[in-house]
Design a protein around this ligand. Structure first.
Ligand code: AMP
Length: 114
């Protein structure tokens, strides 16, 4: 299966994932390979391959809504301090070409960069 299709299959319930937030336009799940003590992914239900393309095609309102969903997900999971990361393009480490925001949290002390 292509990496691009993984999140759509999760949205459609064809691949299991632990959902930690959902509304009409977004789901949030636990990352299968966490890079921090808490690692969540906020995923729009409408496919856009990468954040810059989402901005160009859908506009700043949808990009803002994605970040609003990230903050709502953090609050729903009782996270007060967290890092939001978006990898834009393969050179930045993007592996799944369905735009998503990483929520990273749960360090004991200041969050490490990188
Ligand atoms: P990125 O590298 O920014 O495209 O992030 C893709 C993320 O999706 C990685 O952190 C993966 O661990 C995560 N991932 C891939 N497949 C799954 C899955 N089936 N369930 C949950 N997370 C996944």
């Amino acid at each position: 299966m292509s990496e691009e299709g993984i999140f759509q299959k999760i949205i459609d319930g064809e691949i299991p994932a632990e959902r930690v937030y959902e509304d009409d336009d977004f789901i949030a799940i636990k990352d299968i390979a966490p890079k921090a003590p808490v690692h969540l992914l906020v995923i729009p239900k409408t496919l856009s391959p990468r954040l810059d393309e989402m901005l160009d095609v859908q506009g700043a309102g949808d990009v803002g809504a994605l970040f609003e969903a990230a903050v709502k997900t953090a609050r729903a999971n009782e996270l007060e301090d967290y890092r939001l990361v978006v990898n834009v393009g393969p050179g930045a480490g993007q592996e799944v070409f369905h735009t998503h925001v990483h929520i990273l949290a749960g360090w004991d002390g200041p969050a490490p960069l990188g």
